[in-house]
Design a protein. Structure first.
Length: 166
C-alpha cells in the first residue's frame, strides 16, 4: 500500500489529523506527569528515608519535572505550528477560490466575445452583400443612387482586468 499515490489533499488531511492526535497526546502526558510527580513527592515526604536517598530521589523528580515542563513547551509549540498551518491552508483555499472565480469570469468573457464576434461577422456579411448589390447596380448601367456605406470600426469589446484591485 505504500506505493499507492496519495492525493495532496488526503496527505494534508492525514497530517492535520496526526498533528492533532500528537498534540492531544502530549497534553495528556504532561497533565498525567504533573499529577504523578505531585504524588511521588508526597510519598517521598511521607517515607522515612535517609537524607542521601531522599536527595537522590528528589533530583530524579526534578529531572522528571523538567522533562514534563519541556513536554508542555513542546506541546504548546506544536499547537502553534498546527494553528499556523491551518491559517496557511485557509489562505491557500481562498487563493484557489479566487482563481476559480477569475477563471469563471474569463469563461463568461470568452463567451461574450465569441457572441460579439459572431454578431460582427454577420454584420460584415450584410454590409458586404449591400456593397456588392450597390456595385452590381452601378455596373448595370444605372447611376448609383447612394454612395457605398462607410464601414465604421466595430465597437471595442469589454475588457476584464485580472488584478485584485477592487
Amino acid at each position: 500500500w505504500q506505493d499507492a499515490p496519495v492525493s495532496p489533499s488526503r496527505t494534508r488531511s492525514l497530517f492535520f489529523r496526526s498533528s492533532r492526535v500528537l498534540v492531544h497526546l502530549g497534553t495528556l502526558m504532561a497533565e498525567a506527569g504533573q499529577t504523578q510527580l505531585a504524588r511521588a513527592r508526597q510519598l517521598l515526604k511521607d517515607a522515612s528515608l535517609s537524607p542521601e536517598l531522599y536527595d537522590g530521589i528528589d533530583e530524579l523528580l526534578e529531572e522528571v519535572d523538567d522533562t514534563i515542563q519541556q513536554l508542555g513547551v513542546d506541546v504548546k509549540t506544536q499547537k502553534l505550528a498546527v494553528a499556523e498551518m491551518r491559517k496557511e491552508r485557509e489562505r491557500h483555499m481562498e487563493e484557489i477560490e479566487e482563481k476559480e472565480d477569475q477563471c469563471q469570469e474569463l469563461k463568461v468573457l470568452r463567451v461574450e466575445l465569441e457572441l460579439r464576434e459572431a454578431e460582427l461577422e454577420k454584420e460584415l456579411k450584410l454590409r458586404e452583400a449591400e456593397l456588392k448589390e450597390l456595385s452590381t447596380r452601378s455596373r448595370g448601367g444605372g447611376v448609383a443612387e447612394a454612395a457605398p456605406p462607410q464601414l465604421s470600426p466595430p465597437p471595442l469589446a469589454p475588457q476584464l482586468t485580472l488584478g485584485g484591485g477592487g
